[in-house]
Design a binder for this molecule. Structure first.
Ligand code: CP
Length: 321
C-alpha cells in the first residue's frame, strides 16, 4: 500500500494515482464518523489547524473546520478583514506570526495563484491549498472524485464533461488532473472565449457542442459562471450564456439515465444550472458537500496523523476508533 510522505497538499497535479487513491480510501474510513451521535475521534488530539481564508468561502472553510474538529484538533479562523493584513501586513508576515505560535497546519485560500506555495516554501507547518486564484483547488477535486466513485463505483473509463468558464476555474484545472490520472476521459465545453488555449495538451478533449457532451457523459460537472468576469467582456450577456450553456431539464433530455450532475458551489440558479436540475434526480451537489468533510478529514489525517506516529506520540489505535 502507498505510504503518504507529503508535507503539504498544494496541487492535484503533483499527486500520483496511488496517492489520490490513498486519500479516497482514507476518506472512506472516516465517512461514518460524521454519521455517529458523537462525531469525534481522537486522531489529531493536541494538533492546531489554522484556517487562513483571504477570499469568501462557505463550503470549504466550514468543512475544513468540521473535519479538524471531528479529528479533535484545535482550530482557529483568520480572515483578511479580521487580521492585520487590513492594516498593511504582508501575507507572509501574517503567516510567519501564525507559525510563531506553534501551529501544525495552515489551510490557505487566496485570490492570488501561488499564495499557498509561497507560504509552504517559507514556513515549517504543513500547508493545504483551499483554492488559489485560477490555479488549483485540490480538496474540491478529491471530494468530486470521491462522490463519483461512491455513486458509480469507479472512475476508470468514465466520460466526464466539464461545462462552463474553464478559463478562470481552479475547480476545472484540479478536476481535469484528478479524473485523467484515475483513467476517466475528460471533455471540456464552454464558450470559446472562456476556454484556455492549447488545453488539449493536458490530455483532455475540447468541444463547443454542449448537446454532444450531454449525450455521451456519465458525469457532468457544471461550473459557476463567474459573474464578476462579465465586465471583462468574455460574454455578450449572462442571458445568452444561460441560453447556450446553462444546464436545464430540456438540455438533459438526451442524457444517460445514470448521469451524475456535479457543481462545486456556489450555484447561480437560472444561469449555469436551472433549479430543477440542481434539485433534480441527477444532482449530487449536496452529496459533494457531505463528502467534503470526510475527504478533508482524510487529508488532515494523512498530513498530520502519520507525522504524529513518526514522532513517536501515543496514538489511540486506529484513526477512526
Ligand atoms: N466549492 C467551493 O470552494 O465553495 P466555497 O467557495 O463556498 O468554499
Amino acid at each position: 500500500m502507498t505510504e503518504w510522505t507529503r508535507h503539504d497538499l498544494l496541487n492535484i497535479r503533483d499527486l500520483s494515482r496511488e496517492e489520490i487513491e490513498l486519500v479516497l480510501e482514507t476518506a472512506k474510513s472516516f465517512q461514518e464518523v460524521s454519521r455517529r451521535d458523537v462525531k469525534k475521534v481522537p486522531a489529531l488530539r493536541g494538533k492546531t489547524v489554522v484556517l487562513l481564508f483571504f477570499e469568501p468561502s462557505t463550503r470549504t472553510r466550514i468543512s475544513f473546520e468540521l473535519a479538524a474538529k471531528r479529528l479533535s484538533a484545535d482550530t482557529l479562523s483568520v480572515t483578511a478583514g479580521g487580521s492585520s493584513v487590513s492594516k498593511g501586513e504582508s501575507l507572509l508576515d501574517t503567516a510567519k506570526n501564525i507559525e510563531a505560535m506553534n501551529v501544525d497546519l495552515i489551510v490557505v485560500r487566496h485570490a492570488a495563484s501561488g499564495a499557498p506555495k509561497i507560504i509552504a516554501d517559507a514556513l515549517g507547518p504543513s500547508v493545504i491549498n483551499a483554492g488559489d486564484g485560477c490555479q488549483a483547488h485540490p480538496t474540491q477535486a478529491l471530494l468530486d472524485l470521491f462522490t463519483v466513485k461512491e455513486r458509480l463505483g469507479r472512475i476508470e473509463g468514465l466520460k466526464v464533461g466539464i461545462i462552463g468558464d474553464i478559463l478562470h476555474s481552479r475547480v476545472a484545472r484540479s478536476n481535469l488532473w484528478g479524473f485523467t490520472k484515475l483513467g476517466a476521459k475528460v471533455t471540456l465545453c464552454g464558450p470559446p472565449t472562456l476556454m484556455p488555449r492549447d488545453v488539449e495538451q493536458l490530455g483532455v478533449r475540447v468541444t463547443y457542442d454542449l448537446k454532444e457532451v450531454v449525450a455521451q457523459s456519465d458525469v457532468l460537472m457544471v461550473l459557476r459562471l463567474q459573474k464578476e468576469r462579465q465586465q471583462d467582456k468574455y460574454l455578450p450577456s449572462i442571458r445568452e450564456y444561460a441560453r447556450l450553456f446553462g444546464i436545464n431539464k430540456e438540455k438533459l433530455k438526451s442524457a444517460k439515465k445514470e448521469l451524475l450532475v456535479l457543481h462545486p458551489g456556489p450555484i447561480n440558479r437560472g444561469v449555469e444550472i436551472s433549479a430543477d436540475v440542481a434539485d433534480g434526480e441527477h444532482s449530487v451537489i449536496l452529496e459533494q458537500v457531505t463528502n467534503g468533510v470526510a475527504v478533508r478529514m482524510a487529508v488532515l489525517y494523512l498530513l498530520l496523523g502519520t507525522k504524529s506516529k513518526a514522532d513517536g506520540e501515543e496514538k489511540d489505535g486506529s484513526a477512526v476508533s
